[in-house]
Ligand binder design. Structure first.
Ligand SMILES: Cc1cc2nc3c(=O)[nH]c(=O)nc-3n(C[C@H](O)[C@H](O)[C@H](O)COP(=O)(O)OP(=O)(O)OC[C@H]3O[C@@H](n4cnc5c(N)ncnc54)[C@H](O)[C@@H]3O)c2cc1C
Length: 327
């Protein structure tokens, strides 16, 4: 790949912010990890289109929302990170009663907006500390609800800057799994050797979605949001940096239950520790490197596999390169 200096990207039409050597610990909820070579924060969708059109075809690009499900290895990311949470923030009710939501809107804002318009079924988004883009990519969910259950269609942008409208049928959608059926284009890629490790490049990104929600009562929705948030505060270690559940639940069981049963609560590597409060959370108790976190993930995985025969698959996405001194 040719090295591209930031100056080469800048045209008169760009209105966003391009920065070099950005510590991704500032953009991930684990507050750990390496540097991104470049980060572009567009001003809006039109600006994102222009930016993508100006990019050389071989520049690796990855979209990041609020980084609440993401570990960037200590060696960092080559290419450009698109930071979408402060950029794609439009939300409106359409003529047919559906909601158009852009990918940078947070779950909390989306849930409140739906309640304000007396729609129900979006309450669960309130407790997920990510953006709609990240929730579409992950099929995020909780308490029996999942993102794609309420998606009528999704708006995406190709690496070339071309906008597309996609139907749910275009995707293979499962538990914390979303992949385009069309071969050759991926939103998710599982490397068999490193479960949930992504290539450092995406060909297509979510920029918005139309959600269909049934009519409800705003007051009831607000009460439900409050109850769901209280439940989280009581059960999750929200006082320390974390990325939510680290592992997907295996069929008919809970990752947290298995990890606890194997006596792994409080297991610590460097600054990364298995939470005492919720065994499927790894918390950064101070100064954790991405390697500490990834090593702890592997350790927990190996120990649970050894003691129970069950293989836990990470839910968190791990991207980027190992630090040079990585063993
Ligand atoms: C305290 C806590 C509680 C949590 N609880 C839950 C929960 O109850 N349920 C749940 O499912 N998750 C939960 N999570 C995990 C996380 O919030 C979700 O996975 C969320 O959907 C991630 O959104 P994000 O914007 O932060 O995505 P990021 O972490 O920024 O990105 C995650 C992945 O999505 C990709 N991505 C992001 N934006 C786009 C886009 N626009 N287009 C294409 N790909 C994109 C990224 O490249 C990356 O692969 C929790 C996390 C925390 C810290």
């Amino acid at each position: 790949m040719n090295m591209i200096e930031p100056a080469h990207f800048i045209t008169e039409k760009l209105r966003g912010t391009l920065r070099s050597n950005v510590p991704m610990c500032q953009h991930t909820s684990w507050r750990a990890g390496g540097y991104a070579e470049r980060v572009y924060q567009p001003t809006d969708l039109a600006d994102l289109i222009v930016f993508l059109r100006t990019l050389p075809a071989d520049e690796p690009v990855v979209a990041v929302g609020l980084g609440s499900n993401l570990l960037v290895r200590d060696g960092g990311l080559r290419g450009t990170v698109l930071l979408l949470h402060a950029a794609l923030t439009e939300m409106r009710i359409e003529a047919d009663g559906s909601i158009y939501v852009q990918a940078g809107v947070s779950g909390a804002k989306l849930a409140r907006f739906a309640a304000k318009h007396n729609l129900k079924g979006a309450e669960f988004f309130a407790g997920i500390p990510g953006t709609l883009g990240g929730m579409l990519a992950m099929n995020a969910g909780c308490y029996g609800s999942e993102t794609w259950n309420v998606v009528a269609n999704a708006q995406t942008i190709m690496r070339s800057g071309k906008l597309l409208e996609r139907e749910p049928d275009d995707y293979e959608i499962g538990y914390r799994h979303v992949a385009l059926r069309k071969k050759g284009i991926y939103l998710e890629h599982d490397d068999a050797r490193i479960p949930n490790s992504l290539p450092f490049h995406q060909e297509e990104f979510f920029v918005g979605a139309r959600l269909r929600l049934p009519a409800g009562d705003g007051e009831v929705a607000r009460r439900e949001i409050k109850a769901l948030l209280s439940k989280r505060i009581a059960s999750q270690p929200l006082n320390l940096p974390n990325a939510g559940s680290v592992f997907r639940n295996p069929p008919n069981d809970y990752a947290a239950r298995l990890i606890e049963q194997c006596g792994l609560k409080n297991l610590q590597i460097g600054g990364a520790r298995v939470s005492e409060q919720h065994a499927n959370f790894i918390v950064n108790v101070g100064g954790a490197t991405a390697a500490d976190i990834e090593n702890l993930i592997s350790e927990v995985q190996a120990s649970v596999q050894h003691k129970t025969g069950i293989c836990l698959h990470p839910e968190v996405r791990i991207i980027g390169e190992y630090a040079r001194n990585h063993e």
